[in-house]
Design a protein around this ligand. Structure first.
Ligand code: ZN
Length: 319
């Protein structure tokens, strides 16, 4: 249907551009920033209660149209809208093992806002897979850690923290903060600005900075204490069943010396591994991993508290 030229000008001025997502038989035009997408009401309604309700509202007679389709202006980022529409029209887009965080973020933001429930759940599942709430699941992730459900980029750890906090995905935060601490290596590193591929910069917001600085201090403070993962470094005398006293004392002293040389190194959940070069008596070869494992369980249980978050059981995602 052709429109009077004045009406076309109202909705398609010089700065407006058409996206590649432009179906000739589409029934509604979504506009985000300066980009228009011609899509189908039925598909939007099927996936979002917001658009289902909007479709049912009577359309005002003066509503702008393009090619006979009503124009719905969205106050959202054009790339966010594009990533949502891409997933709706090309389901194989979602089958990829890893997706860029920008896509996951778009599905979470618009999923929550417009109730694209399935997209939201799938996107959150990618984040929660990478940030489990149990030590067992954490240990099952590859080490050294590389995300498998999210395409990694240089500032991905900062960006995950921001995304999870802004969208109330609280269960992700303890491990997300912990990974920031493990990879920034120093308190200074928390304040850096990291450049993304598109030239924008990633940095931590004040609330995240405060939690990370405080968490770093608390973990450094406890990690060598008895009952925590590296607590066994400090027990100068091995247990009563130790039969290889000299070697066993030596290993503890060596670990403690190395630790003191880099006392600001965050060990956190570090796992003790017996190597073929580790000379220990049979009793210590059992006791040390046991003490380390108990310390790791305690460190994990207390992880949310180090970042001033409620315990794991109370960290509900606000979806
Ligand atoms: Zn021993």
């Amino acid at each position: 249907m052709s429109l009077p030229p004045e009406k076309r000008r109202r909705t398609e001025d010089a700065s407006t551009k058409r996206s590649n997502i432009w179906y000739k038989d589409g029934s509604v035009v979504l506009q985000a920033q300066n980009t228009q997408f011609r899509v189908h009401w039925s598909l939007l309604s099927q996936n979002s209660s917001f658009f289902r309700d909007l479709e049912d509202l009577p359309q005002p007679p003066e509503q702008p149209t393009v090619d006979g389709c009503p124009v719905v202006e969205l106050p959202d980022d054009e790339f966010d809208v594009e990533f949502v529409l891409k997933a709706l029209y090309t389901p194989s887009f979602l089958y990829q093992t890893a997706l860029p965080l920008a896509v996951i973020a778009a599905h979470i933001r618009l999923g929550r806002k417009y109730d694209f429930r399935e997209l939201l759940d799938l996107a959150v599942a990618r984040l929660t897979f990478e940030h489990p709430t149990t030590l067992q699941e954490y240990d099952a992730l590859p080490k050294p850690y590389i995300p498998t459900r999210i395409v990694p980029h240089d500032s991905v750890r900062f960006d995950i923290v921001t995304l999870a906090r802004e969208n109330g995905i609280l269960s992700v935060l303890p491990l997300a903060y912990y990974r920031v601490l493990r990879t920034t290596h120093s308190a200074d590193g928390l304040f850096q600005h990291l450049e993304r591929d598109d030239g924008t910069q990633a940095s931590l917001a004040p609330v995240d900075l405060r939690r990370c600085v405080s968490g770093r201090e608390k973990i450094l403070d406890v990690q060598l204490k008895p009952g925590y993962p590296c607590g066994w470094y400090r027990s100068r005398v091995p247990g009563p069943n130790c039969t290889g006293l000299e070697h066993c004392v030596e290993l503890r002293e060596k670990c403690l010396r190395t630790y003191l040389d880099a006392v600001t190194t965050l060990k956190g959940l570090m796992k003790f591994r017996l190597t073929s070069n580790t000379e220990l008596c049979a009793a210590c070869a059992q006791d040390i991993p046991k003490s380390n494992a108990a310390g790791r369980r305690r460190m994990w249980d207390e992880l949310p508290g180090f970042f001033d978050l409620p315990p794991w059981g109370e960290l509900k995602n606000e979806l």
